[in-house]
Design a protein around this ligand. Structure first.
Ligand code: GLU
Length: 303
């Protein structure tokens, strides 16, 4: 797939802690991709999940990116300040949105009774689609997914190739506003990417299984479909994605740039498949941009 300008990319970290090597890999890939395509690179703090935000993590992330030499274009945006946009999107989705009274446990139980075993991801059985049962009150808001014919969401990922999912069978109607009152990630990310004119989403492959829901939302909101590139995620020794919950360590303790280079940037580049040599940060980025272009040439699925 040939990527043609204009190119607007973004890095969209959740401020759940300082950057760790796993999030640095995603940041580096999206930054390099924007540079290779002479595009812009926006920064959006995804602080929509008020329960997971860690005070000061956003500023720590911004400072780390700057210290690494990854400078974003324009103003930083914070999802917590964009609620009106999400509300407007909800209005636009209109009759596709409905209130749902089900708890996670009820959905899990319904799967047990349907299949005799519990699926890994909870598939919503549609209990409240035609209205709340008497005496039940609304918890979350869901977006209806077509039943007949099934909705198959597909795209061609620049790294992973074809991504396709039967949303009707494998996901069901999904939450766009949560029971705790927070906007769901799926809605916020699609609305923001659309409003900011993002043409290229480069992020970790842990979000591959969210992509079909986002494609559906884009279509329902009349937004253009961006190009996608999902890079592998860094796992810990137990095979879990590195995150604050799985014990990922922050790499930036404010030490010398050499330490950042040796302990963070070069290892992150190596993880992405780029064996680079550089004596300082400037030299690193000078070699990393053409190295990313070469890596892409090997990965991209020809059209
Ligand atoms: N905020 C998400 C995260 O930190 C990334 C969302 C995205 O890139 O679409 O995992």
């Amino acid at each position: 797939m040939t990527v043609t300008p204009p190119y607007i990319g973004r890095f969209a970290p959740s401020p759940t802690g300082p950057l760790h090597i796993g999030s640095l890999v995603a940041a580096m890939a999206s930054y390099l991709d924007a540079k290779v395509h002479h595009g812009s690179w926006l920064l959006r703090i995804e602080d929509v999940d008020g329960d997971r935000n860690v005070a000061g993590a956003d500023q720590h992330i911004l400072a780390s990116l700057q210290r690494c030499g990854m400078l974003w274009d324009g103003e930083v945006s914070w999802q917590s300040q964009r609620g009106e946009l999400y509300q407007a999107a909800l209005a636009r989705l209109g009759a596709l949105i409905y209130p749902c009274a089900c708890s996670r446990k009820e959905i899990a139980d319904s799967q047990l009774s349907l299949t005799g075993r519990q699926a890994q991801a909870l598939i919503y059985p549609g209990t409240c689609r035609h209205g709340l049962a008497p005496g039940r009150s609304a918890r979350a808001l869901r977006l209806a997914v077509p039943q007949t014919p099934h909705y198959i969401a597909s795209c061609s990922d620049r790294w992973c190739g074809l991504v396709s999912q039967d949303l009707t069978d494998e996901v069901g109607d999904f939450v766009v506003k949560r029971a705790d009152g927070f906007w769901a990630y799926q809605l916020a990310v699609v609305v923001d990417d659309g409003a900011q004119g993002i043409t290229d989403i480069v992020r970790g492959a842990d979000l591959l299984d969210s992509t079909p829901r986002q494609l559906y939302l884009q279509q329902m909101l009349g937004l253009p479909q961006p190009r996608y590139l999902h890079v592998p995620v860094v796992n810990n020794e137990l095979g879990e994605k590195l995150s604050k919950q799985t014990g990922a360590l922050a790499f930036d303790d404010g030490g010398a740039p050499q330490a950042l280079l040796q302990q963070a940037l070069l290892p992150a580049a190596r993880f992405l498949g780029m064996e680079l040599q550089a004596s300082d940060l400037d030299a690193f980025w000078r070699v990393a941009v053409p190295a990313w272009a070469a890596l892409l040439a090997a990965h991209e699925t020809p059209n």
